[in-house]
Design a binder for this molecule. Structure first.
Ligand code: ADP
Ligand code: MG
Length: 202
């Protein structure tokens, strides 16, 4: 039963800038209104270790994120700060730790069919400048790789969202204990998942 697609879970973190910009309600609303279910939530000030471990749970993250940054510079006709992706991510990781430990964050687990992909769609791309209107990162913030690199800081993009089902499972274990997550049903879930829709008429 628990293997049904409707039980997929993903981790979302409202980063310090999301809290400071008073966007908690707006951000929660986006994930809630698409049909996902909140199964865990807490506020905390992360330690440096929690953040560094979070971003390096995936051994490929350093390479992938460095290459993504280089591509984004090249797509805009700009020269990336380094040609070596690992040099780029060494700087990003240091700046991320600084950014994510500056104030309280809200960590959440959202559940539902395709939770990982749906949350990434609602969240938008990493860089707010090129993130489409209608997404959280496209609608509420204006940062870019070039601006954050000029100022030697992390891109401020309001939220973290897991990038794959494997990443989500690892990240949920990293941020939440078993007893902090809840198995429950929304009465309205039948509209999303019930096969026969038998419960509507008296
Ligand atoms: P996402 O959060 O979209 O999954 P990544 O996993 O690639 O993005 O990167 C993690 C976070 O690191 C981003 O959300 C952003 O805050 C920061 N970041 C990524 N690339 C850069 C960069 N080139 N310069 C500054 N900060 C970056
Ligand atoms: Mg990521």
């Amino acid at each position: 039963m628990k293997s049904h697609p409707k039980f997929e879970r993903t981790l979302v973190i409202i980063k310090p800038d999301g809290i400071q910009r008073t966007l908690i309600g707006e951000i929660l609303k986006r994930y809630e209104q698409v049909g996902l279910k909140l199964v865990g939530i807490k506020m905390l000030i992360p330690t440096a270790d929690l953040i560094e471990e979070h971003y390096t749970l995936d051994p490929e993250w350093r390479t992938v994120t460095g290459l993504k940054t280089i591509k984004s510079y090249k797509d805009k006709g700009l020269t990336p700060p380094h040609t070596d992706p690992l040099k780029i991510t060494a700087i990003i990781l240091k700046n991320l730790v600084k950014y994510m430990t500056k104030g309280p964050v809200i960590a959440m687990v959202w559940e539902g069919a395709h939770a990982v992909a749906i949350v990434r769609k609602v969240t938008g791309g990493t860089e707010p400048l090129t993130s489409p209107i209608g997404t959280i990162r496209g609608d509420y913030v204006i940062d870019s790789y070039s601006m954050s690199d000029t100022d030697s800081r992390a891109v401020r993009n309001l939220v973290h969202a897991s990038g794959s089902v494997k990443e989500a499972n690892d990240e949920i274990d990293h941020w939440f204990k078993k007893g902090e997550l809840f198995d429950y049903r929304h009465i309205s879930e039948a509209m999303l998942y019930d096969v026969d829709l038998d419960g509507i008429l008296e």
